[in-house]
Write a protein that binds this ligand. Structure first.
Ligand code: GLP
Length: 289
């Protein structure tokens, strides 16, 4: 089942996302009778920064315990693979390892070795990817995959025409992804953006017990609309979540604008049958698809 939550702005998206993330964690740990770990796939990108900030703030306020953090095990969704001759990764300032340390890991008391990211400097990349999959399986599988969406509908670095059963491996970045990421993270320099990456496979992401997809801003409206309303196809990798048993989209009003427009009547109001909820994060629509 796909569920869609619309919050008023990116801060409200972060707050709602953390509510879901903590709720799913408590449920997972309870199911494992307090002995296991809470296993998460985590994204990079501009969208999750507020979610990470919110998690850190709640921990600082004592609303998330040290024990909860110590039980978290994280696997990042992807990492850039340097172009030949550029050997500065994975410690490059735009590597996902650096990103996660800067925005998240260093602020919380994770257990040693709890935060895994694919290593682009591994001697054998195939082995690195297989070992990544295996480390997830050994830990009991992913309880939650927190993912973003590219403007072209990609998930992690699984670009359009992706295979729903794909495993973690080497992927090529689509030109739109290179230009989106150049704009956001590489001062507009297309040449500075690696053209390949290591990415968790769609099959692996889809195997998570729960998926939360976050998106904010007008630039994501078309990709969100296509992934929810369009056909289920590898041409829009996020559309594959339509078949997931437990997938929640958490969107701001801009990212959800096409969905809201479609649900609203000619007067611009939401159609009858669309349930409206009040949540901690503010006024939100909830459309169940
Ligand atoms: C990146 C990442 C994705 C991310 C997406 C959106 O290239 N590989 O995991 O979800 O693009 O990024 P942003 O949040 O900056 O829009």
């Amino acid at each position: 089942m796909m569920q869609i939550k619309v919050a008023k702005d990116p801060l409200a998206v972060a707050s709602m996302t953390v509510d879901f993330l903590v709720g799913a964690g408590e449920k997972a740990l309870k199911r494992k009778e307090g002995k296991g770990t809470y296993n998460l796939a985590l994204p990079t990108g501009s969208t999750p920064i507020e979610t990470y900030r919110e998690l850190i703030e709640r921990h600082n306020q004592g609303r998330i315990s040290d024990d909860f953090i110590a039980r978290m095990r994280t696997w990042n969704l992807d990492e850039y693979l340097p172009d030949p001759g550029r050997e500065v990764w994975p410690h490059h300032e735009q590597s996902h390892r650096t990103f996660m340390e800067r925005h998240f890991f260093r602020f919380l008391p994770f257990a040693p070795g709890a935060n895994r990211i694919l290593d682009p400097a591994a001697a054998d990349l195939g082995e690195e990817c297989r070992g990544y999959e295996q480390s997830i399986a050994v830990q009991g599988g992913l309880d939650l995959a927190l993912v973003g969406i590219g403007t072209n509908g990609h998930v992690a670095f699984n670009e359009p025409r992706a295979d729903a059963d794909s495993h973690t491996g080497v992927v090529h970045l689509a030109p739109t992804t290179v230009s989106d990421n150049a704009e956001k993270f590489f001062k507009g320099d297309l040449n500075a953006v690696p053209k390949q990456a290591l990415s968790m496979g769609l099959g692996t992401i889809l195997s998570a017990r729960k998926v939360i997809l976050i998106a904010t801003g007008h630039a994501k409206a078309v990709a969100v609309g296509a992934s929810v309303l369009g056909p289920v196809t590898g041409w829009c990798p996020a559309s594959l979540f339509q078949n997931h048993a437990d997938c929640t989209y958490v969107l701001d009003t801009e990212a959800a604008s096409l969905l809201i427009k479609r649900a609203a009547g000619p007067d611009g109001r939401l159609a009858p049958g669309t349930s409206l909820l009040r949540s901690e994060a503010g006024f939100s629509h909830s459309l169940i698809c």
